[in-house]
Design a protein around this ligand. Structure first.
Ligand SMILES: [Fe+2]
Length: 582
């Protein structure tokens, strides 16, 4: 049973009571001309559960500007999402009343066969978002949904339930995506993804970026601009999600499939670790900021009410069973981690990074994962998570360099997973990854330093939707990195997503890429396809294609991404007038 938290308690918990009142009044006044016709029938407003409720609102502007979404599917249900925002970039444009939103679920897209309907209150303390948890549905079935409020009706969304747990399933088709810096390019990849034939989509983080306008600049230049400065308050984060959802292709991709989402760092701030921020903020300030960011994330994602944040905490790790075919363990490698070692610089392993006590998932999540893996009876065990899992040396053989923000920065925590795989003789682990704005495919072995070590799985790293700009087929350091890390079999630096076709014996990953994102209209290609089977033989490349129109070779290297983040952070510090570190 989810406790309904009164608005006042929420605001106090989040330290935002005073802030929120000011913002609401300001945004309401700013949007006054727009919402003059949004009478909201104050005369008929009534109080329900401590909230003023307007039972019959009318809107001067369309309230379903952020589209619709569904997510966290189960065999008998799914979450349906929308948020009312007639003035999306200015706090939403809704007055501080709750508004009833009707929803309908049908078996056909024309809604001739409506099988369930209901009403959910869109509450001001949740940004007038709603999360409808529909149950009693058929397994493995397609449904259509829409919302109504006043005289307004939302776009139609399509969704699908999971097959019954444990039952025989012959195939699953899904895609995974990550990293969609709005300024770095157009969401052409989503335009193509929305047309795929998929059962599911996973988002592995960096759904938004926190930067002010043009602070984080793509190597091929920014083509759109963040509205508003670096985001810190609940209102800032809401406006940023709204700006990202202003993109029709992102809305179309949400409306086409159920999504299972997790976050990485930029939903709050670059490379934060638990409650430790980048320089220039106190931990106390950052805890308030993280609370605002987590709340806005909840408000904009099709998540279950059990995920709702409690103050500055939000439990997002969870699992999904797809028949007897695959178990998906959706991880959170941000909220519970120890601070990055070695000053979060690219560095060799040191006593600090090798400390066996260092945690990435936190003890509770790690115990949960191994318990769930113990119980798993499915053909594949999948970690859907944020950061590069396999060892990846991008220095030299004698002077190695590793990312301290990835699993390489937490080698003891990774060793727990490797030891588990070895002790259980697993041969079916798949890791899905985002974060690094490039496509990679890697064998997972019991010991990355031993070429004869047993292969127990594969990691598929998806490139970004836009982050990093156009990219190229190959980077200046591609050959060096592949040579230094023989378990890594593929690299590509175009933007796109990964489409997977999973059957009981075979996992195929298709690297779907566009040659540019700095202009609209790019075609999609499958740059390469890899197959992994449970034969301990590792990845096999089954197709490769030349991508037309793209840059073939860039001058970029792995550390350029970190440098672009550092430049962005420097701009932020300069704006604050803070002492700039050397
Ligand atoms: Fe990213």
């Amino acid at each position: 049973m989810v406790r309904e938290i009164p608005l006042n308690e929420w605001m106090k918990n989040l330290g935002m009571d005073r802030l929120e009142k000011n913002i609401d009044r300001r945004s309401f006044l700013q949007g006054a001309s727009k919402i003059a016709g949004l009478s909201l029938g104050l005369a008929i407003a009534q109080s329900v559960g401590g909230f003023e409720v307007n039972a019959d609102p009318s809107f001067s502007d369309y309230p379903f500007t952020l589209g619709v979404a569904s997510g966290d599917p189960m065999p008998d249900g799914v979450v349906l999402w929308t948020r009312l925002a007639p003035d999306p970039l200015n706090g939403g444009g809704m007055p501080p009343h709750s508004v009833p939103v009707k929803w309908e679920l049908a078996t056909d897209q024309n809604f001739r066969h409506i099988i369930q309907r209901g009403t959910e209150l869109a509450r001001p303390d949740l940004g007038h978002s709603i999360h409808v948890e529909v149950s009693g549905l058929k397994a493995n079935a397609v449904y259509y949904y829409r919302f109504k409020c006043g005289n307004e009706i939302s776009p139609v969304g399509k969704t699908k339930t999971l097959p019954p747990a444990g039952t025989s399933v012959s195939a699953l088709n899904f895609a995974f995506v990550s990293c969609q810096q709005f300024e770095h390019g157009y969401y052409t990849a989503y335009q193509h993804l929305a047309k795929e034939d998929l059962d599911l989509v996973f988002h592995l983080g960096d759904y938004i970026y926190e930067y002010g306008p043009n602070e984080y600049v793509a190597s091929t230049g920014n083509v759109r601009t963040h509205s508003g400065p670096e985001i810190k308050t609940i209102n800032d984060y809401r406006n940023r999600y709204a700006q990202y959802r202003s993109d029709e292709h992102l809305r179309a991709a949400h409306a086409a499939f159920p999504w299972i989402v997790t976050w990485d760092d930029h939903e709050v701030e670059n490379n934060y670790a638990n409650v430790i921020p980048e320089k220039g903020q106190s931990v106390e300030e950052f805890i308030v900021r993280r609370a605002a960011a987590y709340q806005a994330y909840y408000e904009h994602m099709p998540l279950r009410k059990s995920t709702m944040p409690q103050g500055a905490d939000m439990k997002i790790y969870r699992d999904f069973e797809y028949g007897n075919l695959a178990s998906f363990f959706v991880l959170d490698t941000r909220q519970y981690r120890d601070d990055q070692a070695n000053g979060d610089t690219s560095s060799p392993q040191t006593a600090e990074s090798l400390d066996p006590k260092r945690t990435l998932m936190g003890t509770e999540q790690e115990h949960w994962l191994f318990k769930k893996l113990d119980q798993s009876k499915t053909g594949w065990n999948v970690l859907a998570q944020q950061i590069f899992f396999a060892q990846r040396n991008y220095g030299t053989a004698t002077k190695p360099k590793y990312s301290m923000d990835s699993w390489d920065g937490y080698p003891a925590a990774r060793q727990h997973v490797l030891d588990y795989a070895k002790s259980k003789q697993l041969n079916n682990m798949i890791v899905l990854t985002g974060d690094v704005h490039a496509s990679w495919a890697s064998n997972l072995t019991e010991d990355f330093n031993d070429r004869s070590s047993r292969i127990f799985g594969a990691e598929f790293v998806g490139t970004s939707i836009t982050s990093g700009g156009n990219g190229a087929d190959k980077r200046a350091d591609t050959d060096k990195i592949l040579g230094l890390n023989p378990h890594i079999k593929f690299f590509n630096d175009y933007r796109g997503y990964v489409r997977c076709r999973v059957t009981p014996e075979r996992w195929q990953a298709d690297y779907r890429v566009v040659p540019y994102v700095s202009a609209t209209g790019a075609d999609i290609s499958t740059r390469a396809s890899f197959v992994f089977e449970k034969d301990e033989q590792g990845l096999k490349q089954v197709s490769t294609t030349q991508v037309p129109l793209g840059l073939q070779l860039s001058t970029e290297v792995e550390e350029d991404r970190n440098k672009a983040h550092s430049r962005a952070h420097l701009k932020q510090l300069e704006k604050k007038g803070a002492k700039v570190p050397n």
